[in-house]
Design a protein around this ligand. Structure first.
Ligand code: AMO
Length: 420
C-alpha cells in the first residue's frame, strides 16, 4: 500500500546490498528497506550520515512481512530529512544502559520517546478516561474549581504563596472547599480532575509538589460506607476498562492489571492500633507501621487494596471539615484507601452543620473570617455530604509498581526540580 511515514530515525544499518532504517512514530517502529539497484543511491549516503533521532519523512509502499516488527516493511520511493538531531544525544533512546532517573528527567523529552516510558502515559490516559466514564455512568457532573485561592484547606505548612497583584494568594492544595460549596449549590454529585499543589519539602518516592487530584463529592450520604462503596466500584471499573483499552493497543501493562475484588477489606484504625500494641496513641501510622499493616492485611485477606477506616479526631484535627461521629466525637468517619503501604485516597463524611464547623475551625486554630466565602452556603441550607480525593500519580504508581512517583508524571515537580 502506498503511503508515508514520518518519525525519528532510530537506527541505520547497511549490510552489503541492503540497508535497514528503523523509523519510530506514535504507532511503533517501522523497518524501512533500501535495496541496491532499486533505491536511489544518494539515500544510502544521506541516511548513513544522518544522526540518530533526526526526523525523516519517507514516502513509499508498505508490504506485509511476518519477520518485521509490526508485521510490515516499508519500501521507499522518496526520503526527506525534516529536522536534523544534534550530536551527541544527551540521553540515548534505544541504548540498553542504566541511566539515573535524574538524568532521564533532565532530558525528559528524549526519555519519553522510549516505548516503555510512553506506555506508562498510555496507561495513565486510559485510566483517566475510565475514571471519568465511571463517574458519568453514576450521574456525576465534572467541575473545575479555582486554583488561585486566598485560603488553603489542608494546612498552612504546605501552601505555595503567589503574589496576586500585590495581594497574597495561594495555589490550591485541593478543590476541597469548592466541592463542598457545590453541595450547597444543589449539584449533588460532582467530580474534578485537576492539579493540586503541595509545598511538600519531603524528599520521598511518593511525594511531589504538583500532582493530579481526582476528587468527588456526594450529597445526601449518611455514612462513610456509602462513599466507600462508590469509590471501590469506580476503582474497579476504571481498572477494568484500562485493561481492555491497553490490550487493544498491545500495551504490555494490560497483562499486569488486575481489577480488585470488591468489597475491599475495611480495617478500623483502632484495630490496626491494637495490632501494633499502641491502642489510643492517636497518632498517624509511621511508614514502617503502614508496611506491617499492608502485609498483615494481605496475609489475612489476600488483598493488596484495603480501607483504613474511622480515623481518630486527634489525627484529623487540622481537617476541620471532617465530621466527628455523633455518638463518639473522638472518632471521624474518615478513611484512607491503601494499595499495599501506599496511601492512594483519603475522604469521609463532612460536617454540614455550621455551629459544629465553626467549633472545628476554632479547635484547629483557624479564623472563620478567612473562610467567609466557604462558610456562606452553610448558612443557607447545606445537605449532608461527603467525598474523597485520590492522587492519580499514586494510583499509577500502585498499578505499575514503579519505584518512584516522578516516573508517573511527564514533567514532575519536586523540592529540587522546576525544569524542564
Ligand atoms: P489528602 O491530603 O490526603 O486529602 O490528599 C488526597 C490524596 O492526594 C494524594 N496526594 C499526593 N500525591 C503526591 N504527592 C503529594 N505530595 C500528595 N499529597 C496528597 C494522595 C492522597 O491520598 N481534601 C482531601 C481529600 C478529601 O477529603 O476529599 C485531601 O486533599 O493520593
Amino acid at each position: 500500500m502506498p503511503g508515508w511515514i514520518e518519525g525519528h530515525l532510530e537506527e541505520y544499518r547497511a549490510l552489503g546490498g541492503v540497508a535497514f532504517a528503523l523509523v519510530r512514530d506514535g504507532t511503533g517502529t517501522t523497518q524501512v528497506i533500501l535495496k541496491k539497484g532499486t533505491a536511489d543511491p544518494s539515500w544510502f549516503e544521506l541516511l548513513a550520515a544522518l544522526p540518530r533521532e533526526s526526523v525523516v519523512r519517507i514516502e513509499g509502499i508498505a508490504r506485509s512481512s511476518p519477520k518485521a516488527a509490526k508485521g510490515v516493511e516499508f519500501h521507499p520511493t522518496g526520503i526527506r530529512v525534516v529536522t536534523r538531531a544534534e550530536t551527541p544525544l544527551p540521553l540515548g533512546v534505544v541504548d540498553r544502559v542504566h541511566v539515573e532517573l535524574d538524568t532521564r528527567l533532565n532530558h525528559r523529552v528524549l526519555d519519553l520517546r522510549k516505548p516503555s516510558v510512553r506506555q506508562i502515559f498510555e496507561l495513565r490516559s486510559a485510566l483517566l478516561r475510565g475514571w471519568r466514564e465511571a463517574f458519568h455512568r453514576r450521574g456525576f457532573i465534572e467541575v473545575e474549581t479555582p486554583k488561585l485561592l486566598r485560603q488553603g484547606a489542608e494546612g498552612g505548612a504546605t501552601l505555595f504563596p503567589v503574589d496576586y497583584f500585590g495581594q497574597r494568594a495561594y495555589l490550591a492544595q485541593s478543590p476541597q472547599l469548592y466541592k463542598q460549596m457545590l453541595m450547597g449549590a444543589g449539584f449533588e454529585r460532582v467530580f474534578e480532575i485537576g492539579p493540586a499543589f503541595r509545598a511538600e519539602p519531603s524528599d520521598t518516592v511518593r511525594h511531589i509538589t504538583e500532582f493530579t487530584s481526582l476528587d468527588a463529592e456526594v450529597a445526601s450520604i449518611e455514612t462513610a460506607e456509602e462513599l466507600r462503596e462508590i469509590l471501590e466500584g469506580i476503582l474497579r471499573e476504571a481498572i477494568e476498562s484500562t485493561r481492555s483499552a491497553l490490550a487493544e493497543i498491545a500495551n504490555p501493562w494490560a497483562e499486569t492489571l488486575t481489577p480488585p475484588t470488591v468489597p475491599l477489606p475495611r480495617i478500623p484504625f483502632a484495630e490496626a492500633e491494637a495490632e501494633f500494641g499502641r491502642a489510643g496513641a492517636e497518632r498517624d501510622l509511621t511508614t514502617e507501621e503502614e508496611k506491617r499493616l499492608a502485609e498483615s492485611v494481605r496475609e489475612r485477606t489476600g488483598s493488596a487494596w484495603f480501607f483504613l477506616t474511622d480515623f481518630p479526631t486527634a489525627i484529623k484535627q487540622g481537617t476541620f471539615y471532617a465530621r466527628r461521629q455523633d455518638d463518639d466525637p473522638r472518632r471521624t468517619g474518615y478513611f484512607d484507601l491503601y494499595f499495599e503501604h501506599l496511601e492512594v485516597a483519603s475522604g469521609g463524611p463532612r460536617e454540614h452543620r455550621l455551629e459544629r464547623l465553626l467549633a472545628n475551625l476554632a479547635t484547629a486554630g483557624l479564623d472563620p473570617a478567612g473562610f467567609a466565602g466557604y462558610l456562606e452556603p452553610f448558612r443557607f441550607g447545606m445537605p449532608p455530604h461527603g467525598g474523597w480525593g485520590l492522587g492519580i500519580d499514586r494510583l499509577v504508581q500502585a498499578l505499575t509498581a514503579l519505584p518512584n512517583i516522578r516516573e508517573t508524571r511527564l514533567f514532575p515537580r519536586d523540592r529540587w526540580r522546576l525544569d524542564p
